[in-house]
Structures are given as C-alpha cells and as structure tokens.
Write a protein of this length. Structure first.
Length: 438
C-alpha cells in the first residue's frame, strides 16, 4: 500500500468514531432554522453540509485544513528551484490534514507519474467532437469517457463492505488527478495550437509537466502550481463541489461525480466568471486608448457600468465580506513578476477604486474583489489568451478538493443527499400563520 493510502486509512480510523458519536448522541441538536428566503434563494447560508477539507470564513477567507493560503504555501514542500509547492504535496495535505515531508510528497509524485498515461480512446473521444466544441464540454466528456476504468465500480460489482468504499474511491481519485493535466493540455493544443502536441515528461511534477505540455516556459510552471492550489476547494456549498458531492452520494463513482461537478463549474455564475471579468477589463482598456488608468478614469468607467444597470464583474462574493485571499495571492505574484504590465496596472487601479464606488452605490453587500478579478491577467500575460480555456484550468484545480471530499464522504459513510421540498402554497400558508402570530 502506498504511503498516502496508509496515512489516509489511519486518518479514517481516527475520524469515523467522531462522526458516529455526533449522529448517535447529538443528532437532534439544532444548527438553525431555515427561512423562506433560504428555501427560495438557493439554500444560501443553510448549515447542512460537512467537510474538514476547507472552511470559508466571511471575514478571514479560505482555510485549507485550518491553514490560510500564505500558511499553506509556506508549510508545503516546494519544487526545487521554484517558489511554489508541489501540487502532489498539497493533495496529501488535503486528504490527510497533515503537511507531508519531502519524502512523502515525492512518493505521491512517483505514484501520479505511474498513473499518468491517457487511454487511447480518450483521445479518440476528444477528436470525435467538433473543434468548435467548448473546451469545458471536451474536458467533462473526457472525464466521463474514462468511467469504464473505475476501480470502485469493479469492486462494488464484485461485492464489498460499506466501510471499504473509500479505498476504490481513493484509487479512482488518484487515477483521475494524475491524468487531468494531460487531458487539459491535449484539449488546448488540439483546439488552439494547430493540433501540435507535446509529450509529457517523466522528469516533471504535476504543475511542471502541465506547463511543459502546454508549451509555456518558466515561470508558468509556478503559475500552474499556484493556480491549481488556489482553485482547489472552497467549502462544499459551491456548485462544483456540491454537485460532485451530491452525485457521489448516490454511490456514483468519481468519474460520474467529477464530470457532473465540471458541468456545474462551466456556468457563468461559477467558473466561467473569470472569462467575463477579463472581457470587461479589456474592453475598458481599449476605451482608454493607451491612456494611463488614473483613478478618475476608472471611477467614471465604474459608474458608467453601474448606471447602465450592469454589475462590475469580479466584485462581490456569496460568502466573503473582504478581499478574497486568492485574489491577494495572485496580486502579490503580479506585483513581483509583472508589475508594469498594462493590463495588471489597470486591474490594480480598479482594485483601488472599485470598493469605494460600490460602497457609495450601496447595492453591493461585498464591494471587494473575488478570485476571478485577478486570475485572467496572469494567464494572458504568459500567452494563454484563449479565455474559453480558463475554466478548464479552474477545473483541474477544483478536482483536487472535490475528489478529496468524496473520498472522505465514502470513508465516513455519508448517506444519499435528499432534501425535502415544499410547495409555494405551503410557504404562503406558513408566512400567513407567522403574520397572524405577530
């Protein structure tokens, strides 16, 4: 058994009694009452999901296994000669909750390399799709096509105990993660680089090999590591994470579940938002006509957008009430590596001005930028100008978190998710009774 799997088995043995005790002794403890607004409004704020992988604090931002983004980057083993950690080490960290040693990290690196090869039929599936197919459709299709490889399905059909479900789920997760960079890079090169492909390198890690297959030189390997880690997980309530969890709760395997999650990620209100941000900013840059983006010019542009009944893309968040730490991490990268890049200078000026304008406008709960406000400029700077592809990058990163989550869902024996629905008439009757009581 590989080291990571041994560690995970020990962690599951520790965690399972905690979950069982909560259900047995405290299952009737109320966590809060659901309002009509929450029932109609997408269950916003309803506390009914459990994950130890990450937690999103409205005022602090995301914590991975209890660590902030800077703490995570500082703690994990870094790729020699590079500024950012191994993605493989981050996977160990999310799965176990423990920071791996360099030896443990390299064990995962070796394991991923052994699982990296793509089945030929996956390439056939991708090539059979029309070339104008959206890259997220291709990405989801390739994941789903590999469902025939599922270790979980094979073991389930042979017959296994419920407390063993996590093992083949973990194997499916490892197999998927090892292959996702190759799938993503193949889609990119096929669609945008004249169908000229670059073979993977056995000498490189997850992020380094992805940059190599994309054909983008250093320091894009560090961009990839940073990007995948930052986008990996954001609690379980966002669409891609919740969808993956929901589908897996039916005991669907990791391939079905992840493909479904990627379909959710492709929506304009989720992973596609970074594309919309970059489009808006570049149109604004064109209007500037080479002028320096002063506070006055940016302020006027923001008010023009708001007065036209439009939103400022990249600002606001469903949970956060401060600047997204993922935005800050990418901004710091830009300040160090591309401080004079015109597109970054514009985005940075918007960051200085937008919160004040949005606060004065008064219709935004959170006037601060989210991760999407910054991510596109880095990709554009390093030559990845095909923004339709950006959500695929997001998807490779998000897979790390959601696959860790569904592995633990199976380890702790979480049941199928089945919330109860009410009719509109029931809500109206409840509202009337409440009004009478007042």
């Amino acid at each position: 058994m590989a080291k990571l799997k041994e560690k995970l088995a020990a962690k599951i043995k520790e965690q399972l009694p905690r979950t069982q005790k909560l259900l047995k002794e405290h299952g009737d403890v109320k966590l809060g009452e659901v309002t009509i607004a929450q029932a109609i409004g997408g269950a916003r704020g309803v506390r009914c999901l459990v994950t130890d992988i990450s937690y999103l604090d409205p005022l602090e931002g995301i914590r991975f296994r209890g660590k902030t983004i800077p703490e995570t980057f500082a703690a994990l083993p870094k790729v020699p000669g590079c500024e950012y950690p191994f993605v493989e080490g981050f996977w160990w960290f999310l799965v176990t909750g423990e920071v791996p040693t360099m030896e443990e990290t390299l064990d995962v690196v070796a394991d991923f390399k052994a699982r990296r090869a793509l089945p030929a039929y996956v390439i056939d599936v991708l090539r059979a799709l029309p070339r104008d197919t959206h890259p997220m459709t291709m990405f989801s299709s390739a994941i789903l096509a590999m469902q025939r490889e599922s270790v979980y399905v094979k073991r389930y059909n042979e017959g296994m105990k419920k407390d063993q479900y996590w093992e083949p789920t973990f194997e499916d997760a490892q197999n998927l993660l090892a292959k996702l960079p190759s799938i993503a890079a193949y889609i990119y090169r096929m669609k945008y680089k004249a169908d000229v492909h670059i073979h993977p390198s056995l000498d490189l890690d997850f992020g380094g090999n992805f940059a190599h297959m994309m054909g983008i030189p250093k320091p894009y390997d560090d961009v990839a590591r940073m990007y995948f880690i930052l986008h990996s997980d954001h609690e379980s309530g966002n669409v891609s994470a919740h969808t993956t969890h929901l589908v897996a709760s039916a005991l669907s395997d990791a391939y079905y579940s992840l493909s479904a999650g990627m379909n959710g990620l492709a929506g304009p209100l989720h992973g596609l938002a970074n594309q919309e941000v970059l489009s808006w900013v570049m149109k604004f840059q064109t209007k500037l006509g080479g002028q320096e983006p002063t506070e006055e010019l940016v302020k006027q542009a923001l008010w023009d957008t708001l007065n036209a009944g439009q939103v400022v893309p990249g600002y606001g968040h469903a949970v956060l009430r401060k600047t997204d730490p993922r935005y800050v991490a990418q901004m710091e990268f830009c300040l160090k590596n591309l401080p004079d890049y015109p597109l970054f200078k514009l985005i940075n000026m918007i960051y200085k001005v937008a919160p004040g304008v949005l606060t004065e406008h008064g219709k935004t709960k959170n006037p601060w930028p989210n991760v999407d406000a910054q991510s596109g400029v880095i990709q554009w700077y390093y030559g990845l100008t095909e923004w339709d592809f950006y959500t695929v990058l997001f998807g490779v990163g998000r897979a790390i978190g959601v696959l860790a989550n569904i592995t633990w869902d199976r380890a702790l024996g979480y049941p199928i998710e089945r919330p109860k629905s009410l009719t509109t008439k029931m809500l109206e009757d409840t509202a009337a009774e409440a009004a009478k009581a007042k």
